[in-house]
Design a protein around this ligand. Structure first.
Ligand SMILES: Cc1cc2nc3c(=O)[nH]c(=O)nc-3n(C[C@H](O)[C@H](O)[C@H](O)COP(=O)(O)O)c2cc1C
Length: 304
């Protein structure tokens, strides 16, 4: 029987619908190669910008009862320094998606062009980081600025453009609709949820940057709700992300309307074998339910 997990959307061909989420193990070519060899259908790089950034001082990550709180501040070497890392990946069958950010529409377009020149199969616009001023969520909650960015990037490159949405808005469907209207090929929901932690002994906020983004099991139900709502609002494909730890979580996102899923924090709590266990579980689920393809279950929860 043909592989029931093979997935095509927005011009991407994936051997299965799981992807590495941005910022978790996406710093080096070697780590992303390991993720692909462990069974991921695609990888997304750490978000890259034009210039190098050191990010915030420590502490940048706090472990909570049900997830991680991070405020890294987008540390990265600058996209041009990523050339050596990508060379290994370009030889592999799974697509590499470059997560990019900028401080203006022109910035985004320039970074996107460099990403495509380096071999990006698609670009994912990080307009949803909850803790970097003038980039990230501040941009991703302003529909007209977001549309300007998407239009600039679409005009510049001829690869699929994915918009990664922030849940830190009143109505995520408005932002998804603006992305689609501006020409985005897909959206990814969700990035982390703005949050904080305070130490009871020292009475101080724990993160050096005070606020951070919550990820992991704590946000799964928020992500599923966002995907469910977006599914009714746009026609472009949706990638689900947020708190996926096992195959049941991945299936839940697909029933809500996602055609692929990204996994980040579960790698820290388990390890990269999570891709294998999720894809094996999905295959078994499809077999037991009598489906021939994963596409058949996308959005099924909307029948009720
Ligand atoms: C340590 C860490 C760093 C992250 N860095 C980025 C990033 O650079 N760009 C981005 O778009 N998302 C970043 N994210 C968000 C993840 O890609 C993902 O959207 C979020 O963590 C929810 O998925 P998860 O619960 O599976 O981790 C980061 C998350 C973590 C935990």
């Amino acid at each position: 029987m043909a592989n029931p997990l093979i997935t095509q959307f927005a011009g991407l061909n994936l051997s299965n619908p799981t992807m590495l989420a941005a910022g978790v193990l996406g710093y080096t070519g070697l780590s992303m190669k390991r993720v692909i060899e462990s069974g991921a259908g695609a990888v997304v790089t750490k978000s890259m910008g034009l210039e190098a950034r050191t990010g915030y001082g420590n502490p940048t990550v706090v472990q909570t009862d049900c997830g991680l709180l991070n405020s890294m501040g987008l540390p990265n070497p600058g996209i041009r320094h990523f050339k050596e890392e990508i060379q290994e990946l370009n030889k592999l069958a799974a697509p590499t998606i470059f997560s990019i950010y900028g401080f203006s529409p022109e910035d985004f377009a320039e970074v996107a062009q460099i990403a495509v020149d380096l071999g990006a199969a698609a670009v994912e616009l990080n307009v949803s980081c909850p803790h970097v001023k003038k980039a990230g969520a501040q941009v991703g909650s302003d529909p007209s600025l977001l549309m300007d960015i998407v239009k600039h990037v679409k005009k510049q490159v001829n690869k699929p453009v994915i918009v990664k949405l922030t849940p830190n808005v009143t109505d995520i469907t408005e932002i998804a609709k603006a992305s689609e209207k501006a020409g985005a090929d897909a959206v990814c929901a969700i990035n982390t949820v703005k949050a904080m932690a305070i130490d009871s002994e020292t009475c101080r906020p724990i993160l050096a940057n005070k606020y951070g983004g919550l990820s992991g099991p704590a946000i799964k139900s928020i992500g599923v709700r966002c995907v469910y709502d977006i599914f009714d609002s746009v026609k472009i494909p949706i990638i689900g992300c947020g708190g996926i730890s096992n195959w049941q979580d991945a299936i839940e996102y697909m029933l809500a309307g996602a055609c692929a899923v990204q996994i980040g924090t579960a790698i820290a709590f388990q390890d990269i074998t999570v891709f294998k266990s999720v894809t094996e579980g999905m295959t078994k689920y499809l077999e037991e339910k009598g489906y021939n393809s994963i596409k058949e279950i996308v959005g099924l929860a909307h029948k009720f």
